[in-house]
Every structure is written in structure tokens, then in C-alpha cells.
Design a protein around this ligand. Structure first.
Ligand code: ATP
Length: 786
């Protein structure tokens, strides 16, 4: 399940990547009077970072070479290696942009804020650098001239490598309200940067409304509603890093899960948490939430919508009960020439007995099988032991037991039990259900034929993301009969115990003291005095050295300490049910935008979506400023949103654009070629490019663009860090690109189940440039572009 963020050591490549977050224009030379002093301070900070890294690397090396004399030592060594590896990773991650700025406090003087905390020589004073997540760092993000929080000045420090290249100061003593943005100059510089195809962190420029959400209490479900580009994803990931910092012990033990909509999206965000020094988080798409399954099949939105309904819980229950069969008439089994009868009433009685203890299907099956075998064995004994003269049965208890065993081992009896109460895996239950209209009909009382038919599909069809919650639900209903495994484990335990006892006996017998001397014997400690056989046996069990994220990924019963859901508006009720099961404490952060819901099963109101799962244990926060999309493009997108009629309003854009968005109407025949021309022209600019097309045009457009430009990718593997991508609005969700070309907007409106939402998503992916190519008249919603 999912992607474990494995520890990676800092490399030149990482440095170069983070460097590209600096504006592509040459940094202006700022003749700031303090630049030399800040350079000196930053140099000292790097000195401390180097020292901390050397120490951690040394301890790591030491730990690796510890002799692992027994499993316990091995376990301790692995824990230390893991801890020091994480420490080295976090220190490496802090290298680029180590110090982000400082606040000058009226009472206490300057305090430097950075990616990690670094102690000062004087342990009694302020640290040399405060971790951005520490409470003391908060005013750096939230102090304003109106609420200065004891801060006179905020300074953003920008570095390239280890060199300070720019200082941006904000004086907070004026008491006059300003733009409301924190560190506006630094923020604008960050937003104007060309994109790389990978999301970067925003530690330097977190805004006050974002900071409030990042540091919000972790109890209950926090829903963050915000329009496109308001930083929901950025906030969700920084919140994950904040929670790991604040509740390190609990979350390190239970793990933190981040769920995203598509593999492309997960690739896009995968670098953010490692760049914040956090590698122990499990990232997973919805289709990867079942261990061992990578569900990427595609199906009609109507099918996914039906599968996502909560009613499917009842359908699955009915489908399971349907597999517990009572035959129409008596069945005959022949054993050793004797025909034995099993009547429907016998089966019904066995079913009732099996269901009595409320056990799950697979766990109740042994009881059912036992009852069936008992009934047949009884009939067998009656036939075999019958006294022809009508006297009492001639068989004794031992004979009956032997007959019972014969019945239980009989191939035909086993086959009959399997037919009447099969062992079911979730996969088998669902495949059999989908493939058989009669089964579907029996499991869906009250459904109409048109809805039922949506569930029907070929047995060989691949699993889709909407199947994952159903498979997991089915697992809950079926249970897993692990009695054989447990019996094997118990046998192993006893064997280990016996071996351990034998070892202790040998040690006892081979002591170097005179065993005849009883007095002396009592004085000398042997191995058996120090450790019991039980303990010794336990120590010989294999040590599990996997990280929390790796263990969580492999275990479907794992429950997480916190779950972050991105693009949460797309989740179906069944998907919510699954996630809540994986997080029984309901400590969750869900970020999304109802105006971008593209699926039929997705949300149109948060209360309606969440209350069936968490009752009132949820609260709503909103983000209102769009940091991505220039105002001119946002005006166009706003028209589309309004035409959608949902009543939602577009977020306020924080910056003007440098290029005017445009539209062009072109003949259908020339469309693909014109797309290729535009994309080829755009490759002269720096940054990433996306062509967003209706699903029906992906192949045609991708082929045309690939003829003109290298590195084109499309579909689930689309990766804009390699070249232009050709993707559908669904695939574009959550992503952003410097240049976006929307092709055939009318088809986007017509093909999507929520067409206006899809077009709104497509238009709002751009950070700089937007073009629209239409093979027919431009939809009225885009009149502003005409
Ligand atoms: N405080 C900030 N400082 C710098 N950049 C920011 C800040 N907040 C957001 N951004 C940038 O704005 C862009 C949009 O952010 P993000 O993708 O998190 O938005 P979103 O709300 O998830 O959008 P969507 O709903 O379209 O998926 C990203 O490039 C992000 O890095």
C-alpha cells in the first residue's frame, strides 16, 4: 500500500532542486546594511549544522558496527540505527535554506527561525535557531502591524547555497493595517518562481491564515475548504510535519497517513515532507489503500458512484449471506457404498448453529462444517451399525469417532461443505458478485434494473479505486480464519521453548563447578538462574526491523495516529468509511474544495459527507487567498464557476499576471496541429507546461504534441518534470503548471459529470500563462477571453 518516504541523504541534486525555488531572474543586489552581519550569523549556523551532522553520522556509524550478540541487542541496534538515520536525514534536509528569517522582539531581542532547531552555546538563553514549528517561531508567521505580538521587525533571509543573497524587512511598529500578507516581498518572489513539476515547501512564507490551520488542535476532523491555489495541499503537508514535531512519540508509533487522489499527484507532492526532514509518513492513493493491491482500473463515473454509496455495506452483507446456501432438496453423499442423505433442514440447522455466536463468515464456517459432518457421521453410523434383527446399534464410541473422521476426510463431503458455506476472500466474493447478474439481483433488493446493471462486469476486469473500500469492507464481513496459522504458531512456540530448555539444561550440566558440592552449587549462578526458558525462547523470535510506515503499509488492520486527506471532496462515502476505520481516534485533516468536485460520488456539502462517519466531531476552516493563479486568469475561472450554479465563490487572487490569457477558435481538423504549435512555442519559456483535454482527445493530442516536442507524457504516468503533459481535468486535479493550454472547452463541459467544475479545475492550474483552443464556438462561460 502506498509509498513510504524512505530516508535519503542530502545530495547536490536536492540542493539544486531547492535552489530552483529562488526566482529565475537574477536576485537583485540588495545593498542592505545588515547583509554582512547576517552572513556571519548564517555562517555560524551552518557551522553548528555541520557539527550536529558529523555527530549524528558518527553515532550512526558506531551503531552500525555494534556487535549484535543476541536478538535484543539486534533490536536495540536497529532502533538506534533508525533514529540516527532519521536524524542525519533531517539535518541533511535542513541544508538548503537553513535559516528563513528572524524576528526582533521588543523585550527579548532577535530570534532566528529555521528549518530545524539548533542549540546555542549558552543553554540558558535562546537557541541559535528555532524550529519553524516551535511555539516561539509563531510570531514570525502571524505578527502584523495591528497585532505585532511583541515583535518590532520581521526579516526574511534568502540564501543561495550558504550565501545570504537578500533581506526583506517588515517593520511592525506602525500600527497601520497593510496588505494582510506576511512578508509580501518574499512571498511574491516565491510565487513568481518557475515551477519544476515537483511541489516545494513554503516554510519561508507561510501566511497567517495558513499558520492557524497548520498548528490547529489535532483532535477530531479538521476540514479545510479553500478554492484553487489557496495552499490546501501545502498547508496539509506542513500540518503533517507540524504534528509529527509536536506529537513525535505518538505519531512515530502509530504513523501518519497522507491520502491523495492519483499516483501523479502523489509523485508531485512526494518531495515536500522529506524536504521538511520528515520521512516516516505513508503516502497512498485511494487505489493503493489495500495492502498488496494497486487498483488502477478505469470505470464509468456512474459505476464508481454506485460503488461509493453507503448502501453497498448492505449489499455486501447480503452477498455474503447469499453464499451460505440451503439446497432446494435433499443431497446424497455416498461413502463406502452407503448413500447418506443431507436434508435442507439439516443444513438450515447447521447454519443457525454457526451464525449463533455472531461470528464472521469465515470464522463461523468450521462450526457449520462440524455440524454437517456430525449429521452425516450419525447417519453413517446408523446405517453401518444397524442390527439387522432390530436391536441396538452395534458400534461403540471409538467406532463412531473413526466413522466421523472418515466422513470429515471424505472428498465429496468437503466439496459439499465448500458449496454450502465456501471459504471466501474479499476478491472472490466481489468478483463472483459482479460477474453474476442473479447474485447481484439477490444482493440488491429494492434496486432498479438500471442501477443493478452498473455493478455487472467481466470477471477479468481490473480492480478500480472504487473497489478498494468494498474489498476492505468485505474483509471486515468475512473475517479470516487463522486457526490453522495460530495452531502452527503455537507448535513453533512450544518447539522453541523445548529447545531453549534443552539449551539451559546443557549449560547447567556443563558448569565448571563440582556438582557434587551442593553448598557451592547454590552459590554459583548459572544461565538458568539469569534467564528462563520462556524468555530465552522469545528472544529467538525474529526482530521486526521495518519502519512504522512500512509496517503500516503492509498491515490492513493498522490504525494511524493521524490521517491527512487531500482533494477530500472526491472521496465517496465508502472511502470515508474505510479511512475512518483506519483512524479510530478520528484525528484527521481533510482539505478540499467543493467547487472542484469532479466525481458523482464526491461531496457537495461537508456536513452531509462527514456526519454519517464522525457525527459532530468535525470543524471547518477556510482559506480565502489564491496564491497560484494570476488575477486575470482567475477572473475567467470565476465566470465558469458562476455559470456552474453552485453558488460557490472563487478565491481572491494575490497577484496580477504578466501575460494576458487568450482563446482561439480553430477548425476541428487543424486542432491537434495547432496544439502542437503552441506547446512547441512555449518550450522556449522556462517552467512546466500542461495541455488539459477532454478524455476523448488525449490520444490524438498527445500524439500530435509528441511529434514536435520531446519528453511528452500523458495519463497516470504524466510527469511535467520531464516535459509537457497531456492530461484530463481529473488527472490535473491538485497539480499546477507555469503554462496551461485548455483544449476543446465545450467537450470538457459536456463530458464531465460535473463539467463546470472540470473546466474550473483546468483553468486554475496555471501559474503564469493560459491559452484556450476551441474547435467550435467558444462556450459563453469563456466570453471574457473572446
Ligand atoms: N504561503 C505560501 N508561500 C508560498 N507559496 C505558497 C504559499 N501558499 C501556497 N503557495 C503556493 O501556491 C500554490 C498552490 O498551493 P496548493 O497546491 O497547496 O493549493 P491548493 O489549494 O491545494 O490548490 P488546488 O485546490 O488547486 O489543488 C503552490 O505552488 C504553493 O506552493
Amino acid at each position: 500500500m502506498g509509498v513510504c518516504l524512505v530516508p535519503c541523504l542530502f545530495s547536490d541534486q536536492d540542493d539544486a532542486d531547492r535552489e530552483s525555488a529562488v526566482p529565475t531572474t537574477q536576485p537583485e543586489v540588495v545593498p542592505h546594511p545588515d547583509i554582512d552581519a547576517e552572513q556571519q550569523y548564517v555562517k555560524e549556523l551552518y557551522g553548528r549544522l555541520d557539527a550536529a551532522r558529523d555527530l549524528a553520522a558518527h553515532r550512526l556509524k558506531q551503531a552500525i558496527s555494534w556487535p549484535a550478540v543476541d536478538p535484543q541487542a539486534l533490536q536495540e541496534r536497529d532502533a538506534t540505527v533508525r533514529f540516527q538515520t532519521e536524524r542525519v536525514t533531517a539535518l541533511d534536509a535542513a541544508e538548503a535554506g537553513l535559516c528563513v528569517g528572524r524576528i526582533d522582539r521588543r523585550e527579548d531581542g532577535p530570534l532566528y527561525i529555521g528549518r530545524i532547531g539548533l542549540a546555542a552555546d549558552d543553554a540558558g538563553g535562546d537557541p541559535a535557531l528555532v524550529d519553524w514549528r516551535a511555539p516561539a517561531a509563531r510570531p514570525f508567521y502571524t505578527a502584523t502591524p495591528v497585532h505585532p505580538l511583541g515583535v518590532d521587525r520581521r526579516r526574511h533571509i534568502r540564501t543561495r547555497g550558504r550565501t545570504v543573497v537578500r533581506l526583506d524587512d517588515e517593520v511592525l511598529t506602525g500600527g497601520v493595517a497593510t496588505s494582510g500578507l506576511t512578508g509580501e516581498a518574499a512571498l511574491m518572489a516565491a510565487l513568481d518562481t518557475a515551477r519544476t513539476g515537483r511541489m516545494t515547501d513554503i516554510v519561508r512564507t507561510i501566511q497567517a491564515e495558513q499558520d492557524r490551520i497548520i498548528r490547529a488542535d489535532d483532535r477530531g476532523v479538521l476540514v479545510v475548504q479553500g478554492g484553487p491555489g489557496t495552499g490546501k495541499t501545502a498547508v496539509a503537508l506542513h500540518r503533517a510535519a507540524y504534528l509529527l514535531y509536536t506529537h513525535r512519540e505518538r505519531l512515530a508509533r502509530r504513523g501518519l497517513l497522507v491520502v491523495g487522489p492519483t499516483p501523479t499527484f502523489l509523485r508531485y507532492i512526494a518531495d515536500v515532507l522529506p524536504s521538511l526532514g520528515e520521512t516516516g509518513v505513508l503516502l497512498s492513493g485511494l487505489g493503493q489503500l489495500r495492502p498488496g493491491l494497486d487498483a488502477r482500473g478505469v470505470e464509468a463515473p456512474e459505476v464508481a458512484a454506485v460503488k461509493g454509496r453507503l448502501e453497498m455495506v448492505d449489499v455486501l452483507r447480503a452477498a455474503v449471506t447469499d453464499r451460505q446456501v440451503v439446497p432446494d432438496g435433499p443431497r446424497e453423499i455416498t461413502i463406502d457404498g452407503f448413500a447418506l442423505r443431507l436434508r435442507p433442514i439439516d443444513v438450515r440447522r447447521a447454519q443457525n448453529a454457526a451464525r449463533k455466536a455472531d461470528r464472521l463468515h469465515n470464522l463461523a464456517r468450521p462450526e457449520f462444517a462440524r455440524r454437517i459432518v456430525d449429521t452425516l457421521a450419525k447417519r453413517y453410523a446408523e446405517r453401518i451399525g444397524a442390527d439387522v434383527r432390530g436391536g441396538v446399534n452395534l458400534l461403540d464410541g471409538e467406532d463412531v469417532a473413526a466413522l466421523r473422521k472418515e466422513v470429515a476426510d471424505d472428498h465429496a463431503v468437503r466439496a459439499l461443505v465448500e458449496e454450502l458455506w465456501p471459504v471466501l476472500t474479499p476478491e472472490r466474493l466481489l468478483r463472483d458478485l459482479y460477474a453474476d447478474p442473479a447474485r447481484i439481483e439477490r444482493a440488491t433488493p429494492g434496486w432498479d434494473a438500471a442501477t443493478r446493471v452498473l455493478l455487472h462486469r467481466a470477471r477479468s476486469a481490473p480492480w478500480t479505486p472504487a473497489d478498494v473500500p468494498l474489498l476492505e469492507e468485505a474483509e471486515e464481513l468475512l473475517g479470516f480464519d487463522d486457526s490453522a496459522q495460530r495452531a502452527r504458531a503455537e507448535r513453533d512456540r512450544r518447539r522453541r521453548l523445548a529447545e531453549a530448555q534443552e539449551t539451559l539444561d546443557v549449560l547447567h550440566g556443563s558448569r565448571s563447578v563440582d556438582l557434587e558440592d551442593e553448598h557451592l552449587e547454590a552459590e554459583v549462578l548459572s544461565a538458568g538462574d539469569l534467564i528462563g526458558a520462556e524468555e530465552l525462547a522469545e528472544r529467538h523470535q525474529t526482530v521486526d526491523t521495518r519502519t512504522t510506515a512500512e509496517r503500516a503499509a503492509a498491515d490492513r488492520t493498522w490504525t494511524f495516529g493521524h490521517v491527512v486527506v487531500d482533494e477530500a471532496q472526491e472521496l465517496s462515502p465508502m472511502a470515508w468509511r474505510l479511512l475512518v476505520r483506519r483512524c479510530p481516534t478520528r484525528s484527521m485533516t481533510a482539505v478540499g474544495d467543493l467547487a472542484q468536485t469532479g466525481t458523482l460520488a464526491g461531496a457537495s456539502a461537508w456536513a452531509e459527507t462527514l456526519e454519517p462517519h464522525v457525527g459532530s466531531a468535525w470543524r471547518l476552516e477556510e482559506l480565502t487567498v489564491n496564491y497560484r493563479t494570476p488575477a486575470e486568469i482567475m477572473a475567467v475561472a470565476g465566470d465558469v464557476l458562476a455559470a456552474g450554479g453552485t453558488g460557490a465563490t472563487a478565491p481572491r487572487s494575490v497577484r496580477p499576471g504578466t501575460e494576458t490569457p487568450w482563446a482561439e477558435v480553430i477548425g476541428a481538423d487543424a486542432l491537434a496541429g495547432r496544439v502542437a504549435d503552441v506547446v512547441a512555442g512555449w518550450t522556449a519559456h522556462e517552467g512546466t507546461t500542461a495541455v488539459v483535454v477532454p478524455a476523448s482527445r488525449v490520444a490524438e493530442v498527445a500524439a500530435a504534441v509528441a511529434q514536435r516536442v520531446d519528453g511528452v507524457s500523458s495519463g497516470p504516468e504524466a510527469d511535467s518534470s520531464r516535459g509537457p503533459v497531456v492530461i484530463t481535468p481529473t488527472e490535473a486535479k491538485g497539480l499546477e503548471f507555469d503554462a496551461v493550454l485548455v483544449v476543446d472547452p465545450q467537450a470538457v463541459l459536456d463530458e464531465g459529470v460535473r463539467g463546470h467544475n472540470d473546466l474550473y479545475v483546468a483553468l486554475t492550474r496555471s501559474t503564469q500563462r493560459l491559452g484556450v483552443l476551441s474547435p467550435g464556438p467558444l462556450p459563453a462561460e469563456l466570453a471574457r477571453l473572446a
